[in-house]
Design a protein around this ligand. Sequence first.
Ligand code: ATP
Ligand code: MG
Length: 225
Amino acid sequence: MSLIIRTENIDRDFISGRETVHALKNVNIKIERGMLTILRGRSGSGKTTLINLLGALDYPTKGKVFFDDKDITHMHQTERDELRRKDMGFIFQSVALISLMSAYENVEFALRIAGFGLKERRDRASECLNLVGLAKRMTHRPGELSGGEQQRVAIARAISHKPKIVFADEPTAELDTAMGIQVVGIFRKLIEIEGVTIVMTTHDPSMLDLADRVYTLEDGEIVNE
Ligand SMILES: Nc1ncnc2c1ncn2[C@@H]1O[C@H](COP(=O)(O)OP(=O)(O)OP(=O)(O)O)[C@@H](O)[C@H]1O
Ligand SMILES: [Mg+2]
């Protein structure tokens, strides 16, 4: 097995006023390459805090995060930015698409920001929308798409620059169960076709069967090791 990310005794404390919230306590997890890992747990259990640390969006109070065997907790900020930009993709609960742009333009625009040339942008934007099953909806704007379709555009955008890993924080929370399962099915397909690694959070038990690996968080601790 090949690990893309591992954490070493992570704590994350938040200080608010006089109180300290221990959002994560001694978390050790391993993310395997080319697999779908689900982080589950109740609201407030620490899922978002953990996925933000894995995605180099935040620093742990204690412990280390390793990406491709490199300690990213002590990496220079610019190096972390570069890592996020090149090797990582992000999908959030509320789909942040640009409402005046079509599905195609949303993906193409992300590729333009990532510095891809015109031809490559065209080919890759179409390819990604095809992969998520939206070939026939490319010219639709977000307002002309269903919630599940909008989330699929966000997925196409997140994988367009060929990241090694995609982080999805509650990507199915605003969808009904059937649509949620469809979205996770697309994740499985992307793993198979593009060889990407996916980490997602959810509190919906109906998604768990589709994962290769599930970590359960309770009150900031991993409880199913
Ligand atoms: N910036 C912050 N300042 C203070 N406390 C915070 C901060 N961010 C998170 N917390 C606290 O840390 C704990 C974990 O929060 P987190 O957002 O990781 O939970 P979650 O599992 O993602 O919940 P949800 O399912 O509601 O998204 C919670 O008790 C939360 O109140
Ligand atoms: Mg959360």
